[in-house]
Design a protein around this ligand. Structure first.
Ligand code: GLV
Length: 390
């Protein structure tokens, strides 16, 4: 196994091993990608306060997210097409998360189905992410399937009724499975490891959808499917309907604005995720880390506040926790590990992030993640109120 010491090593390896259209799908944002880049860059502007001669043992990163114990305040984010980064990708990532003791979130737009992941992880509870589509019978059945599979939280995504434009996906002709065009065949010929994996699995399509929606034989491009099926009329009344139908822990993902954060509290959800969908939806929106403090200030004592976007190291997790996030999510960092080395690669991602988190926390003079707050950050280096002011 190649020596990998940071997430960037895994990204470089994944880029070599994953077909271009799927690597590009993961490693891109919408339009100019300014929000995508800001998500990571804004973390790097925040500075730690180093403390010395403080007893650094024993150390604990254990916490809870929506009442569930986690080995560190990190969950695997829902990412579409994960099973195209590596054969059976969702099952492998769910297994790695389970062994590490953190939640795995399965996307509606996954390749392995809810039932595949449940069977592949001995029915260990995982989280399921829901997109609301026009066909409400299908959505009702999807919620019921998540319940039947023992899912322990539902993550309802609110920021993708319509799809942000990602130039590379259009230019690459992104589809699942890839179409046998000359450029695709030439590119696949340079990815023998990926092809071999795909030959060994029957999971080559959107497993939650195929065979469950009448008349869907071929999804065509993701953009086409989204514009036909996703419900652009989604409203807070629908959130209430989903909440009732689900009846368990509910996490609302895609909140960026303090007004929406208040509405999320009113909805009675258990948590919200401050997120701009990894910079893949509204380009030009603030980074997640700069939007976080105002939302924490406004609603943090009434709802659990999580965040995602731009996390490529345990230091980023620590900064988010210091600014009030009770939990964080990793999407691309997980996909890079998966594309690089399958389940072992996801485990490597988690080990890297955990170690960076734990050591950085200790350098800041803390041994328990529960004691982390803004006092570990250098005043003036971090956003405090409105994201516009940062
Ligand atoms: C879907 O979740 C996407 O961002 O492509």
């Amino acid at each position: 196994m190649p020596v990998t010491t940071n997430i960037e090593d895994l990204r470089v390896l994944a880029k070599r091993r994953v077909p271009r259209m799927f690597y590009d799908y993961a490693d891109s944002g919408s339009w100019t990608e300014s929000t995508y880049r800001a998500n990571e860059q804004d973390f790097n502007r925040i500075l730690f306060r180093q403390r010395v001669a403080v007893n650094m043992e024993p150390r604990s990163t254990q916490s809870t997210m929506v009442g569930q114990p986690v080995a560190m305040p990190v969950a695997i984010a829902p990412t579409g097409l994960t099973g195209m980064q590596h054969a059976d990708g969702e099952i492998l990532a769910a297994r790695a998360a389970r062994k590490f003791g953190i939640p795995f979130t399965l996307s509606t737009m996954s390749v392995c189905s809810i039932e595949d992941v449940a069977a592949g992880t001995d029915n260990h509870p995982f989280w399921f992410q829901l997109y609301v589509m026009r066909d409400r019978d299908f959505i009702a059945r999807l919620i019921d399937r998540a319940k039947a599979a023992n899912c322990s939280a539902l993550v309802l995504t609110l920021d993708l009724q319509i799809l942000g434009q990602r130039h590379k996906d259009i230019k690459n002709g992104l589809s699942v499975p890839p179409k046998p065009t000359i450029p695709n065949i030439l590119n696949l010929m340079t990815k023998p490891r990926w092809c071999l994996g795909m030959l060994g699995t029957r999971r080559h399509n959107f497993g939650n959808i195929f065979g469950h929606v009448k008349g869907v034989e071929n999804l065509g491009s993701l953009a086409e499917w989204t514009s036909k099926q996703f419900d652009p009329t989604l409203s807070w009344a629908d959130v209430e309907w989903v909440k009732q139908r689900w009846g368990g822990k509910l996490i609302l993902k895609g909140i960026q604005d303090v007004e929406d954060a208040r509405l999320a509290v009113d909805s009675g959800a258990d948590a919200l995720v401050v997120s701009n969908h990894g910079g893949r939806q509204l380009d030009g929106a603030p980074s997640s880390i700069s939007a976080l403090p105002e939302i924490v200030q406004e609603v943090g004592n009434r709802i659990e506040v999580h965040m995602d976007g731009g996390i490529r190291s345990g230091q980023h997790v620590l900064k988010a926790v210091a600014l009030g996030a009770k939990g964080t999510y990793i999407g691309r960092a997980m996909l890079y590990g998966l594309g690089a080395m399958g389940e072992a690669g996801v485990t490597r991602t988690l080990e890297i992030i955990h170690r960076e988190l734990e050591l950085s926390m200790a350098f800041c003079g803390r041994t328990d993640v529960a004691s982390v707050d803004t006092s570990i950050l250098l005043p003036g280096s971090y956003p405090t109120g409105t994201p516009r002011g940062y």
